[in-house]
Design a protein around this ligand. Structure first.
Ligand code: HEM
Length: 408
């Protein structure tokens, strides 16, 4: 205890007092957090931590906060505001400086520049490309021993796709993986000075990379970067363009990796879940609900308001436990059971709701359904061959390692 920081010691004392928020933040990353989420649910629709943070595990309340106008993204810090005002292009944060943190009308304008790439028709055009990337990644899987499916497949497929969409060379992929993995620490909030330093260094590197790419892009180049570069500076400034690119890279990579990793892991453990018709759409949908990759998002009250019959003052943060909302017994029958045949398949909140609803939801679903199907078609005898390693993150849920033997 003597070596603990004051902040940690306070958190620990809150844990001992049964504070719901503290218990979630303190929980060992990768542990079954649903036990703690259920304690939040037991306190009613809204639970308050000792430090004034609100928590909810209610599906209805999460939906209401995300879709209504009284709550918005948490405001960015003073240093990000200063960098914005100065038009700084040396350090652009993929989350804080992106449109994820903005309100309309700027949010609507910037989102509209990226969204068409992910619309249904564009996605239909992308499907053959997903098939091709999946085949390539399957061909590249190391054979003849134990293979880690997370780095070699669950990371490789989404990385290939987001690189293609942005128009980035596949040869740069190894750097993208390191940047993509920075998401976990950004969402968790780096705790030690060393973590803060490392994530700052990676974000600085990613900023310089996208700045160069945007400045060097030519109209004839394929990909979203060339499209954004053409709209610069009339529709968006360089800083906003960098933030959009890095948000798409970081947001589209880690999350989909965990969806794919979680779904493969579930099927390897429970072969009875394989669909008879070879269509994995429902398995992916249930994996999104049951093994929610983004465990929670945060909103802040924009004005004095009321929520679940209680007064909430402007500036109060609320942690929306999406993973818990996805197991709300008021919405889902037997919520703690993985059941691809359930009747409420599309009501989960895994991709959020309201104006910030995930731009890449359809892409992630398509990638995962194809990648899972093709993996088991190619390697029907694949089996787990060692201890799986949970991801060390509070905000994200997934695996860091999934050792398998591929079989014949
Ligand atoms: C927003 C989850 C895949 C890009 C969000 C949000 C969630 C989420 C929960 C809302 C955040 C909030 O309201 O605070 C996921 C999950 C994915 C996934 C679980 C995979 C399983 C992707 C992909 C892309 C992407 C593939 C892009 C290639 C974005 C963007 C936003 C977003 C740009 C911000 C939208 C806005 O603010 O208008 N995602 N995501 N995501 N996601 Fe995803």
């Amino acid at each position: 205890m003597a070596a603990m920081s004051l902040e940690k010691a306070r958190l620990f004392s809150d844990v001992l007092r049964g504070d719901p928020g503290a218990r979630i933040l303190w929980a060992r990353p990768g542990a079954d957090r649903h036990k703690e989420y259920e304690k939040v649910r037991a306190r009613g629709a809204l639970a308050t931590s000792r430090r004034g943070l609100l928590f909810t595990a209610s599906h209805g309340l999460c939906q209401q906060v995300l879709s209504g106008g009284d709550f918005g993204p948490a405001p960015i810090g003073a240093s990000a505001r200063r960098r914005n005002a100065a038009g700084d292009v040396t350090l652009v944060h993929p989350v804080d400086d992106s449109f994820l943190k903005l309100e309309p009308p700027r949010h609507t304008e910037l989102r509209a520049l990226a969204a068409p790439t992910f619309h249904r028709r564009a996605l239909a055009d992308l499907t053959p490309r997903i098939e091709k990337s999946v085949e390539h990644c399957l061909n590249e899987l190391p054979r003849g021993g134990v293979t880690d499916l997370i780095t070699n497949y669950a990371e490789a497929v989404p990385m290939a796709m987001i690189s293609h969409i942005l128009g980035l060379p596949q040869t740069d992929a190894p750097r993208f993986a390191a940047w993509g993995n920075v998401l976990a620490s950004l969402l968790d909030g780096a705790r030690t000075a060393q973590e803060r330093q490392r994530s700052r260094a990676l974000v600085t590197e990613m900023t310089a990379y996208f700045k160069d790419r945007l400045e060097q892009a030519e109209p004839r180049n394929a990909g979203l970067i060339a499209g954004l570069a053409q709209q610069c500076p009339a529709q968006l400034n360089l800083r906003e363009a960098i933030a959009t690119c890095s948000m798409l890279l970081v947001g589209g990579f880690g999350t989909t990796t965990h969806l794919l990793g979680n779904a493969l892991h579930m099927l390897l453990r429970q072969p009875g879940l394989h669909p008879a018709d070879g269509d994995y759409t429902a398995v992916v949908e249930e994996s999104l609900r049951y093994d929610t990759p983004v465990q929670y998002v945060v909103r802040v009250a924009k004005t004095d308001t009321r929520l679940a019959g209680r007064a909430v003052t402007a500036g109060t943060p609320i942690v929306l436990l999406l993973a818990a909302a996805n197991r709300d017994p008021e919405i889902f029958t037997d919520p703690h059971v993985f059941d691809p045949r359930r009747r409420e398949p599309h009501r989960h909140l895994t991709f959020g709701a309201g104006i910030h609803f995930c731009i890449g939801a359809a892409l992630a679903r398509a990638e995962a359904a194809i990648a899972v199907r093709r993996f088991f078609e190619r390697f029907p005898d694949a089996r787990i061959a060692g201890k799986t390693e949970p991801l060390q993150s509070r905000a994200l849920h997934g695996l860091r390692g999934l050792p398998v033997v591929l079989g014949s």
